[in-house]
Design a protein around this ligand. Structure first.
Ligand code: SF4
Length: 340
């Protein structure tokens, strides 16, 4: 099998061209073709010498693959399914809005974290996506030219695949890569402390922590990984960084009826996040087959937001998108798997 060129950093491309005895600037040309001009075949890199294209074509391919299924929601959200080698398939959700267009990408096939409200968590774990497979969701997106924001919030726990995820962010933000502002990228994690530190030190992208309960024991009931990765320790770590500038820290909070939407939860959140320059995003729960959870009623979500805001925490309610096409992560691929 040929090795993929797409997904290599400039340094890695320099190694490839050095090994081939090609001139140093060839690596820049290849990066330019792949990350700026969107060329999908080595043959299309027309300013490379015939010899260079011949050498590369014998040993490499770009590694890009088109989507194999798509579903479109009434609200314009689209879910694309991409192949991920022998690991299976992954989803990417395209969410157009009036002022921005966001792509939600996956980082693993399945997930090891086992969150009890999540379809991906129930699928088990099939493997990590490579850098090529992570960025293929961006490059092979039919609406790529309209893209303004990327969120690492699809299938998988991004910081359980830290090296590939950090490299993908490097390629998205580097001048020789996509040259995207890191302020247009958000990584969402349940909070694996050591990897959170690496992410905060190595990139400038925004961070979102999936919180879902201020109380360790109750969070553990929703997210078993809380035991090995206590969120309190991650919040203590986050407090060591400066959040007064443009970089944003936010907390995702899915609202489950009678589970984490009580007055005691409001008090717990105000205490846990006290003094931290952050925002909380409240998310209405999309019903997931096979789970006992219900979404909090709309009025309770509004009240919850107002009380957190009154307590000094900037709180928003995330609009629900793509519910009719099962935009909760993992649903599309699970369905295709069971049908296949
Ligand atoms: S919510 Fe995220 S971290 Fe939890 S099981 Fe699902 S994909 Fe994994």
């Amino acid at each position: 099998m040929k090795e993929a060129l797409f997904g290599k950093t400039l340094n890695e491309l320099i190694t490839v061209t050095k090994d081939a005895g090609l001139p140093g600037f060839t690596a820049h040309q290849i990066a330019d073709w792949m990350y700026k001009k969107g060329v999908r075949e080595i043959e299309g890199m027309t300013n490379l010498s015939k010899k260079a294209r011949g050498y590369l074509g014998e040993r490499f391919e770009t590694g890009l693959t088109s989507h194999i299924a798509v579903e479109t929601s009434e609200d314009g959200t689209k879910k694309y399914l991409f192949p991920a080698g022998d690991k299976g398939t992954v989803e990417a959700a395209w969410i157009p809005e009036s002022d921005r267009s966001t792509l939600c990408i996956s980082t693993q096939v399945g997930c090891r974290m086992g969150c009890r409200f999540c379809m991906t968590g129930m699928q088990g774990f099939q493997g990590n996506l490579s850098v090529t497979e992570i960025l293929n969701q961006v490059e092979s997106l039919p609406e790529k030219d309209l893209l303004t924001n990327i969120v690492y919030m699809g299938m998988g726990e991004p910081l359980d695949n830290t090296e590939s995820v950090l490299t993908s962010i490097e390629i998205l933000t580097a001048e020789w890569g996509y040259a995207m502002s890191p302020r247009r990228i958000t990584l969402s994690t349940i909070g694996l402390k050591d990897s959170v530190r690496r992410f905060l030190d190595k990139s400038q992208a925004h961070l979102a922590i999936s919180l879902h309960s201020p109380f360790a024991e109750e969070r553990h009931n929703l997210m078993p990984a809380e035991t090995a990765h206590p969120v309190k320790e991650v919040i203590d770590l986050i407090r060591e960084y400066d959040w007064s500038g443009q970089r944003r820290i936010s907390f995702e909070y899915i609202m489950f009826k009678d589970i984490n939407d009580r007055d005691s939860d409001i008090r717990g959140l105000l205490k846990l996040l006290n003094g931290l320059h952050c925002r909380v995003n409240l998310i209405r729960f999309h019903a997931v087959p096979g789970t006992p959870y219900l979404s909090s009623p709309g009025e309770r979500i509004t009240e919850f937001r107002d009380r957190l805001t009154a307590g000094g925490i900037f709180t928003t309610i995330r609009a629900s998108r793509g519910e009719d096409i099962h935009a909760a992560c993992g649903l599309l691929s699970t369905r295709l798997k069971s049908e296949g």
